[in-house]
Design a protein around this ligand. Structure first.
Ligand SMILES: Nc1nc2c(ncn2[C@@H]2O[C@H](COP(=O)(O)OP(=O)(O)OP(=O)(O)O)[C@@H](O)[C@H]2O)c(=O)[nH]1
Ligand SMILES: [Mg+2]
Length: 481
């Protein structure tokens, strides 16, 4: 029973752990409140649950989630380089949430065990290796159901953390804006909700009537479920409000073209945003550095083109994160042009691109015009030729750049402006008689005249502009001719 209770406690800590040795400071806001959710027989539940409603500042978010982690990549990939890249990815995720990796291994499963994923024998062996390496936590790069986690912990005797919990922890650490914090907390509570029973069988002891809010006969886990549900409702309400505000702000700028940077996490989206607009945003070599969107004008002195940086994607992105980030990702669906940023130097470039395209498809953004930016050219041992780039970008416009190369960035900026404008612009080459002053005024006033050539009684003009304005030019010309 002691072990079960320790495991249960650790499982919650594995979602959001702190090891500062002090009693946790509970807040009304973050999931970190659930860090040390006590077991019923600790007799502290009411006291601690009361803190959930207290309005306190969120001090624990962003703290180190230190734990000595033994990382197990449960892979199907045969290629050792892909296996290595996938291992690097999960290790980097664990480190990004403050974990300290003390050992790692790749495990091949001939058949996943429905109860424990790994099977009893394998689980015991892996746990023994983890303990020998000094681990206090076993991280599995796999999705585990709540019951699989519970069963596996019982068999292995060591706290288990799955891929989703790790990604959620990274998101929690990096959430800075109010919207990002709400979205992450929503996803975390949804992850935690079906795992409440796992907090400990002890929790399901009926407690009888006590001095506080708990109803007669309500078990500790029922009470916690009720508290979580209330908090979930609060979060959803707050997010709905923010979504409406964000939508209103976007609607106020409907006359702008929107370029949205998307791509795998760590591809260089924010670095590109900074290089194009001097935005001064934080770009670091770690997954999910950016969690909220930031927009800037791509043209100087205001102008008609906005560019927007977004949260990165990842292989097997938890569905609930995608769902809870709906409000942030609304920018993507409403883009006039998606700039897909790819870390060309990454061995998993193709898989990362495939993941990005699949997520865009899931979001309903597959038909938006796109531009591929093959980034980190400086890291490539060879420069791919145009034919290769054409193939990689499936015939869409593209550029191979380094965000650190100012000339390449300037050229890219011009190309992006041209492409985004050309999607709802048209070019017309036509004869304009000298007397058609209205047409000439419209061409110079509302469009761009790119070429003129004098001919008898008038000139041949090449005009570029919004489709609606070019149609007006055509109509006026028909009237004067
Ligand atoms: N060598 C090299 N490094 C680059 C280049 N562009 C970006 N980086 C580095 O790549 C890392 C990730 O860059 P970010 O701009 O934060 O990537 P991101 O796509 O915004 O990542 P997330 O916000 O986590 O999704 C940082 O360490 C950058 O300095 C480049 O052209 N060359
Ligand atoms: Mg970023």
């Amino acid at each position: 029973m002691r072990l079960r209770r320790d495991l249960a406690k650790h499982r919650i800590q594995s979602i959001s752990s702190r090891t500062d040795g002090q009693m946790p400071k509970f807040t009304s806001k973050a999931i970190s409140e659930h860090i040390e959710v006590p077991l019923a027989d600790d007799g502290q539940l009411e006291t601690l649950v009361e803190h959930w409603d207290a309005k306190r500042s969120n001090e624990s978010a962003g703290r180190a989630f230190e734990s000595a982690s033994y990382v197990v990549s449960v892979g199907e990939a045969r290629d050792p380089r892909i296996r290595a890249a996938q291992m690097d990815e999960i290790v980097s995720l664990v480190e990004s949430q403050g974990g300290h990796v003390v050992g790692q291994e790749v495990l091949h499963l001939s058949e996943p065990n429905p109860r424990t994923l790994l099977g009893k024998g394998t689980a015991e062996e892996v746990a023994a290796r983890a303990r020998a390496a000094g681990a206090t936590m076993l991280v599995l790069d796999a999705e585990l159901s709540p019951s699989q986690t519970r069963n596996l912990e019982d068999v292995a005797g060591i706290p288990i953390c799955d891929r989703e919990a790790i990604i959620l922890n990274v998101f929690l650490r990096h959430a800075r804006t109010r919207r990002a914090k709400l979205q992450v907390e929503l996803a975390q509570l949804q992850y935690l909700r079906p795992r409440i029973r796992g907090v400990g069988l002890d929790m399901d002891q009926q407690t009888g009537a006590t001095k506080n809010a708990r109803g007669p006969g309500e078990t500790a886990s029922e009470l916690m479920a009720r508290k979580l549900d209330r908090r979930l409702e609060e979060l959803q309400k707050a997010l709905r409000k923010l979504t409406v505000t964000a939508r209103t702000q976007r609607l106020q700028r409907t006359d702008c073209h929107r370029i949205v940077l998307v791509g795998y996490t760590n591809a260089g989206k924010t670095s590109l945003m900074n290089a194009l607009t001097n935005a001064g945003l934080s770009a670091r070599d770690m997954p999910f550095e950016t969690l909220d969107t930031t927009s800037r004008c791509l043209t100087r002195h205001g102008g008609d083109v906005l560019i927007c940086d977004t949260v990165g994607f990842i292989r097997r992105l938890p569905e609930r994160l995608l769902a809870s980030f709906e409000s942030t990702l609304a920018e993507v669906v409403e883009a006039s042009l998606l700039v897909i940023v790819v870390d060309t130097s990454d061995y998993e470039r193709q898989l990362q691109l495939k993941t990005t395209l699949e997520i865009l498809e899931r979001m309903g953004a597959a038909d938006i015009p796109r531009f591929y930016v093959f980034n980190k050219r400086d890291r490539l041992p060879f420069v791919p030729d145009e034919e290769v780039l054409e193939r990689w970008s499936d015939g869409h416009p593209h550029a191979l750049i380094s965000t650190t190369d100012p000339n390449a960035v300037t050229e890219l900026q011009e190309a992006l402006l041209h492409v985004v404008r050309s999607h709802d612009e048209e070019e017309l080459t036509t004869f304009v008689p000298y007397g058609a002053s209205e047409v000439i005024a419209l061409a110079y006033g509302r469009c761009r005249v790119v070429r003129t050539e004098p001919v008898d009684d008038g000139m041949t003009m090449t005009i570029q502009g919004p489709i609606a304005e070019i149609s007006r030019v055509r109509r006026l010309l028909e009237e004067v001719q």
